[in-house]
Design a protein around this ligand. Sequence first.
Ligand SMILES: [Zn+2]
Length: 171
Amino acid sequence: MTSTLLIVLDARARKRVVAALEAGGSSVARLREAAIALLREELSWLMAAYPDGEVRANAGEQTPPGDGAGVVVVALAAASRGALDPPGDAGDGRRLRAALERRGALADGEVDGVAVSLSPPMDREAALERWPDLVVLDPKTVANRQFCEFCGAPFAADRTTCPSCAAPAAG
Ligand SMILES: [Zn+2]
């Protein structure tokens, strides 16, 4: 069976994950590295989906984002004998964390084929249109964070300024 994990991140995270996602190496090692890089980006997680079968994030026509920085979509597809993902609600960030940890710890012979792909920056609405399975993550299940009132970037709740635009945090 092939299972795909789709993750939507704030587009500002793209430059931090692109190196891990585009790195070469054996395919399982590449999947592990991508999963570990994505685990470090929890502050940027926005949506997730668990479609059956192989899904790629970089196929189809590209729609550059309008206002704001938009989102990027990452697809981690893996062919394995058993299911890779725990059951549960796609909007639960704890499920996403467990799914990434599972991929980050895969043994070399455990999957038969992988496909790691990353979309260009795009509008959130365009991502939802192309991948209608996507579910917005419940904020209570993701790292404690806030969104900048000026540029929209997500960042840790205890910061007093936005790391993207240096605007003061609200409250
Ligand atoms: Zn900002």
